[in-house]
Ligand binder design. Structure first.
Ligand SMILES: C[S@@+](CC[C@H](N)C(=O)[O-])C[C@H]1O[C@@H](n2cnc3c(N)ncnc32)[C@H](O)[C@@H]1O
Length: 202
């Protein structure tokens, strides 16, 4: 079973695994968002973040390798009367035009180190001058907690990894610590995360 198939199986269970509301950290960026901005939601799963961005008037491209996730994202978008561009693709092979997005959202995408470096390069390249990259991912301290995240510690994020993968971007904030998640059945309770907001030079 490929990893995409594993995500298909998870998303086929019924309810939206991470809820239908956007990630709270992404939502906190609302004052920085303007209608017409171009957003890229990486690994958007069932679409909660891409659909929310589209509802704010942004022009959204959302990518995930799970066909079941993308189908649920499409249904969520229809329900909210928005039409993000939904792409089914493996992000390690997906190519995007350079400097095409004003916002890149990297929310709970955990990849093996080599793949992480490839997709981070894609994210950096995708950002337009002045564009923002927002990231929330689990950190190693999440081990033992039951509020979500991968079991393999190699997939987890640290503030140092953010600085390494996104060197060259200005760090507006980069926090590693405990938050309270309330995101669907799979992300509930205290969790150890990295939250980062970065900006490409104008
Ligand atoms: C924890 S879920 C997060 C989904 C979404 N970002 C959210 O916050 O609701 C991780 C997502 O990453 C996707 N994913 C993992 N590796 C991927 C890859 N190589 N290419 C595309 N999507 C990938 C999975 O299919 C899954 O939807």
């Amino acid at each position: 079973m490929s990893d995409a198939a594993a995500w298909d199986a998870r998303y086929a269970e019924g309810a939206f695994a991470f809820g239908e509301a956007p990630n709270r950290y992404l939502e906190s960026l609302l004052p920085r968002l303007r209608p017409g901005m171009r957003a890229l939601a990486l690994a958007d799963g069932e679409g909660r973040n891409g659909v929310w961005l589209a509802r704010q008037g942004l022009s959204v491209t959302a990518v995930d390798w799970s066909t079941t996730g993308i189908a649920k994202a499409r249904a969520l978008a229809v329900r909210h009367g928005v039409a993000p561009d939904l792409v089914t693709a493996d992000l390690t092979r997906w190519e995007t035009p350079a400097a095409a997005f004003d916002l890149v959202a990297w929310i709970f995408l955990h990849l093996p180190p080599a793949d992480r470096a490839v997709v981070a390069a894609t994210a950096r390249r995708a950002l337009a001058p002045g564009g923002l990259l927002v990231l929330e991912c689990f950190s190693p301290a999440q081990k033992g907690r039951r509020s979500g995240g991968p079991r393999d510690p190699a997939l987890l994020w640290t503030a140092d990894l953010v600085r390494e993968h996104f060197a060259g971007l200005e760090i507006l904030e980069c926090l590693q610590g405990t938050v309270l998640l309330d995101e669907g059945p799979k992300h509930q309770g205290h969790a150890e995360v990295v939250r980062a907001l970065l900006r490409k030079a104008p």
